[in-house]
Design a protein around this ligand. Sequence first.
Ligand code: A2P
Length: 335
Amino acid sequence: MASGVTIAVVGATGAAGQTTLKILEERKFPVRELRAFASERSVGKTVSFRGEDIRVARVEPAAFKGVEIAICSAGTAQAKEYAPMIARAGAVVVDKSNAWRMDPKVPLVVPEINPHAVRTHRGIVASPNCTTIVAVMPLKPLHDAARIRRVVATSYQSVSGAGVNGIDDLRQQALAWARGEAMVPRHFAHRIAFNLIPAIDAFAPDGYTGEEWKLINETRKILEAPDLMISPTTVRVPVFTCHSVAVNVETEEKITAARARELLGRFPGLKVWDEPAQGRYPMPVDVEGQDDCWVGRVREDLSHPRALNFWVVGDQLRKGAATNAVQIAELLLAT
Ligand code: A2P
């Protein structure tokens, strides 16, 4: 497609939407025309793409005429309504919300893991939850090599995973702390500055949060491993960008830590940084702004003969959201 495609970014003013615009530029995605959409309150504002100001438009069917790919990060309720409408207008929708991920007719794609799934789309392709993407990347090469039986995963999720309001809450509270003022939560249910919140979203009657169930169900769907046992705990931490996950995996075949490092290091989209004695292990401040997920602290589980522990960090606005969506769009162009 030498002349490029007409692409829509829905939620273009949000944290993931802004990163999507940046990544389309960085990866030199062949854009002929870019259309930006957000909520009613942003209509008429501008967003920047390749040095040009693009006016934000209202989401309505006529506005999608001629759009070939629409990358949406406008929230779950919006995606339920918009995605079928945009698909009917003729575009393929790459949706980053939770609306369509577990629909059996919608592929849920991490391009390094299950690129084949994209071919089954009927107008909508879902991009997984940001924590799921960061966690599933290192699981794939280990699963292929030794069949994973059980995963215990604990996440440390940054505030930008909750969008611009999450970023603002941490910033305002940190400023208030520096001025000796009260730290008032506006977005999160509790104070986030200098605190940890072990609840990302609503609790189900079983005591798990929606976020924890996403990690279970989406990981199984992406790895095509419906019986994989996953035990998750997800936690919001006072970090601006990057989600980190502490993972324990039990495999059918034993893998040594050295073999695991080798498998992880040659998997596309993963980097290993694992020299703990030298103080070298991935941390959010180092991984922010990168597309690769970084793995460290790889070690054999002292309590189990066929289990490993490791730590993985990914920029959830990039690989956890925008980069993954743009990679899906690249796959759509290639198929
Ligand atoms: P707006 O900036 O006008 O509110 P974030 O995840 O960072 O909070 O961003 C959410 C994105 O989704 C923003 O671009 C936001 O636009 C957009 N959005 C929210 N509600 C709607 C809606 N009803 N229609 C279209 N876009 C929406």
